[in-house]
Design a protein around this ligand. Structure first.
Ligand code: SF4
Length: 86
């Protein structure tokens, strides 16, 4: 079990994907996401498709709008979740 202690208040202001530097790494979609720099391994990731500090909606740095925070995504604020990375 994760010992995350991040507020899940939906009204908390989040950054846009473009500001955070978010993008999705399609080539890694089917990879083992337990080892690497992915949203899946980030402290702020909320399974299965959200982030505590970056908004799901809006364009990412490539202008793409997926409407989700993908497990195979990444942004400049990535912080390792010690319970997941190994
Ligand atoms: S890397 Fe972390 S902070 Fe950035 S969008 Fe993914 S889960 Fe959120």
């Amino acid at each position: 079990m994760s010992s995350k202690n991040i507020p899940k208040n939906k009204n908390y202001p989040k950054l846009s994907k473009a500001t955070s530097g978010y993008l999705e790494l399609e080539n890694f979609e089917k990879s083992d996401l337990n080892t690497g720099y992915f949203c899946y391994d980030c402290l702020y990731f909320i399974e299965d498709d959200d982030c505590a500090i970056v908004r799901q909606q809006g364009p990412d740095v490539n202008g793409k709008e997926s409407g989700t925070i993908a497990p195979h995504g990444i942004c400049t604020l990535w912080t390792p979740d010690e319970n997941k990375t190994h």
